[in-house]
Unconditional design. Structure first.
Length: 307
């Protein structure tokens, strides 16, 4: 199956890397290869490592860049990028690009279980291995389900939805996306059904939990920082506030210097800035891009450079 994905903020994200034609780069979330192709178009003797955990994506980018000796395809999670690159004898790179979140292909392929619009097994695994969303909704306690839906979905009716899930599974296991979507709909007030699909936040929360997305993001950011050469750039696209807060805070922490109290006559902490924030405000998609691809509407791009 072809892994079709519309790359968001394509030019802006790759521009942010400040590509050197002989540099070494990582596309940590290769998807359909859009950002990878743009990076390769700017390299001469440079090298690109394209990482993805989804087997469908790996097949697509392997075929797309077959015969290009500047390209290396790596199946794995971008949270493990440092180990994945070290295994291949690479210990320093000039830029890392991350396009966080679910891809167009994963959303549009109903069988993957990410969508509340199509009936399919309740899966949501980006890697197509490990625990599924069905495993979570049929085994977790009311309290744990409520915590996940509230924390990762920012859903104010999380407890009511969690109680509804547990009641429903007492009759029979929850197996499909539309079953879960209907349970959510039945357990939120009427007014909540007018603000987009009522299951949107719950599905987001379960997807994040199934794929450990926030933990992976934190380890991926740190791995990218450790791999970057001085002057190397990190370019990150996020799609919801939880991700963006993590990226923003990571960049701020790395860019912060002395943390001594202001009344100290000299610095005793010895903390020096390790990165420079290139984008003081996030770069957003243009109106033209939003017309072409409405899914880009929540995207934010942040870029920083290692000192």
């Amino acid at each position: 199956m072809e892994f079709s994905h519309v790359s968001v903020l394509l030019k802006e994200a790759v521009d942010g890397l400040n590509i050197r034609t002989d540099g070494v780069y990582i596309d940590g979330t290769a998807g359909g290869g859009g950002h990878s192709a743009e990076i390769l178009s700017r390299l001469t003797t440079g090298r690109l490592y394209s990482i993805d955990q989804d087997p469908d994506a790996i097949v697509t980018v392997t075929e797309r860049f077959q015969g290009d000796d500047r390209s290396t395809i790596v199946q794995g999670n971008f949270g493990d990028m440092k180990a994945l690159l070290n295994e291949r004898g690479v210990y320093a790179v000039d830029g890392v690009l991350l396009d966080i979140g679910v891809s167009s292909h994963q959303l549009d392929d109903g069988s993957r279980g990410f969508s509340y619009h199509e009936d399919a097994p309740l899966d949501m695994r980006m890697s197509q291995s490990g625990e599924t969303a069905a495993d979570l909704v049929n085994s977790l306690s009311v309290g744990e389900l409520s915590r996940i839906i509230s924390l990762y979905g920012e859903e104010k009716y999380a407890y009511s939805i969690a109680k509804g899930i547990v009641r429903a599974r007492e009759e029979k296991p929850i197996a499909t996306t539309l079953e879960l979507a209907e349970i959510v709909k039945e357990n939120v007030p009427q007014k909540a059904r007018r603000d987009g699909h009522p299951a949107r936040k719950t599905f987001q929360a379960l997807r994040i939990a199934v794929n450990h997305e926030l933990d992976v993001l934190e380890s991926g950011l740190q791995g990218a920082f450790e791999l970057l050469n001085p002057g190397g750039r990190l370019s990150v696209i996020t799609f919801h506030s939880l991700e963006d807060r993590i990226v923003k805070q990571f960049m701020r922490d790395k860019a912060q210097g002395c943390t001594c109290p202001k009344d100290f006559p000299v610095c005793v902490c010895g903390k020096k800035p390790q990165m420079n924030i290139v984008t003081r405000k996030p770069i957003l998609p243009s109106e033209e891009e939003l017309e072409r691809n409405p899914r880009a509407r929540s995207a934010k791009l942040r870029v920083c450079e290692k000192l």
